[in-house]
Design a protein around this ligand. Structure first.
Ligand code: GDP
Length: 440
């Protein structure tokens, strides 16, 4: 996710990342590069400009030129500003209604039906809710079937009325049904069109006014780039929605949408979709997304996901090891095994710093880890638990044993070292770590 932008920013920061002297001129140059990177990532022009202006002012205000480590200070300023641009803190759902009614809106193919299922699943497993899915796409029978499939996958009932074309009526009946059956959340999936059209807008606007939902969510495909921002604006003008769901962030997307939408419609991004499976969804955390954009990897999400899906004890043990800098190749290997078990590889792999980058160009299936696994398996127990003993002759032996080559072994060890450092920095007190390093 966001590889392009992250790579571009990384390059821009290269000159500042060192500890050498920098001048006001190369701060300006770097910011020009940052702006170009943002524009290339489909960030709205005005947003990109105001972003770099703010960063420049902050940088000069914080005396970045005389700071001990100006590059790091700049990265921190950019990080915080990115997070701010994407909305500051994570924003939750309003579920106060009895039942709480959530209305989905968005173009056809944006991922509404898929997300309805994902949301039902999240509400069930994390909030112990008992959601009812409602099919209000009255134009495409296939859409109703799809919702039923999704509902079946997550074990949520689906309400539909074959033959009835009046969505307001269907919604009324569904809410009555939810009350009778004890469903505390009602998730209404609606019809989309390929492009914004009046009829669709009228229908969903009327439905919204009729049911007065607790939350109206706008679902948008992040791969549509700048169009996503325009569509968001049109829907917001009509529906005044509460939040955005940004889907398909697992694809080859440029991420500009995440950066611009919040600023253009002033509504928070609440969730992101990262795959087709029902588990491939996350609460949107602006700070973490900024980490990811800056190439720090989304370790916090990874550890959280680990806690959810793996054994909690194991996750805690892992976190402790990371903090004590004892994360070793055994843990690395175990993580890969866990990830393989969990299925949605691409999504998870992208969260692991180093690993994500190592395999991001590979079409990910279980084979993607084969080389890495072979290398780790060729290590002795001592080498796995004490990677610092891996000298050149050991590395050569491992290359031979694993059927890879020295270059690959070196690369993996280097990535592992970086991962270790990064993990420690991110899972420890993030800011304290950064500030400490800045003071030198
Ligand atoms: P709707 O027309 O808005 O209801 O969209 P669907 O839920 O039918 O989604 C359209 C297509 O996008 C389907 O093939 C989904 O599997 C796929 N899709 C939805 N969300 C995601 C996502 O986060 N990542 C990926 N890769 N595919 C997704």
């Amino acid at each position: 996710m966001f590889e392009n932008l992250s790579d571009r920013l990384e390059r821009s920061f290269k000159i500042l990342k060192g500890e050498g002297k920098i001048t006001e001129i190369n701060v300006a140059e770097t910011l020009k590069d940052v702006r170009r990177a943002l524009l290339d990532a489909d960030v709205n022009y005005k947003v990109a400009k105001s972003f770099t202006d703010t960063v420049k002012q902050k940088a000069l205000g914080m005396n970045v030129l005389t700071a001990v480590k100006p590059g790091q200070l700049m990265v921190k300023i950019v990080h915080d500003e990115l997070a701010e641009l994407m909305g500051g803190e994570a924003v939750g759902l309003n579920l106060s209604g009895r039942p709480a009614v959530i209305l989905m809106s968005g173009l056809q193919g944006s991922g509404k039906t898929t997300f309805s299922g994902k949301l039902a699943n999240m509400l069930k497993t994390k909030e112990h809710k008992n959601p009812l899915l409602v099919a209000c796409d009255v134009y495409r029978p296939a859409a109703v079937e799809q919702l039923k499939v999704v509902g079946g996958q997550v074990g949520a009932p689906v309400y539909s009325e074959p033959g009835n074309k009046n969505v307001n009526e269907i919604a009324d009946h569904a809410i009555a049904e939810a009350k009778a059956r004890g469903n505390d959340v009602v998730i209404i999936d609606t019809a989309g069109r390929l492009a914004v059209d009046e009829e669709m807008m009228d229908e969903i606007e009327s439905l919204k006014n009729h049911v007065n939902p607790d939350e109206t969510l706008f679902v948008v495909d992040s791969m549509t780039g700048q169009d996503a921002v325009n569509t968001a604006k049109e829907f917001n003008d009509r529906l005044d929605f509460n939040g955005v769901v940004l889907t398909k962030l697992d694809g080859d997307t440029r991420g500009g949408a995440a950066l611009s939408i919040r600023t253009v419609v002033t509504k928070p991004i609440k969730f992101i979709g990262t795959g087709e499976k029902m588990e491939a969804v996350d609460v949107f955390h602006p700070g973490r997304m900024a980490d990811r954009i800056l190439g720090m990897g989304d370790v916090v999400s990874l550890v959280e996901r680990a806690q959810e899906q793996f054994d909690e004890e194991e996750a805690k043990r892992l976190q402790k090891k990371i903090q004590k800098n004892q994360f070793d190749f055994n843990d690395f290997y175990n993580q890969i095994q866990q990830i393989k078990k969990m299925g949605n590889l691409k999504d998870l792999a992208s969260m692991i710093p180093g690993v994500g980058k190592a395999i991001r160009d590979v079409d990910i299936d279980d084979n993607a880890f084969k080389g890495i696994e072979a290398i780790i398996q060729s290590m002795t127990p001592k080498e796995r638990s004490h990677p610092e003993v891996l000298n050149n002759s050991r590395r050569q032996r491992i290359a031979k044993g694993s059927g890879t080559n020295l270059q690959e072994v070196n690369r993996l060890i280097k990535q592992f070292d970086q991962t270790r450092k990064m993990m420690k920095m991110v899972t420890g007190s993030k800011m304290a770590g950064m500030m400490g390093r800045m003071k030198g």
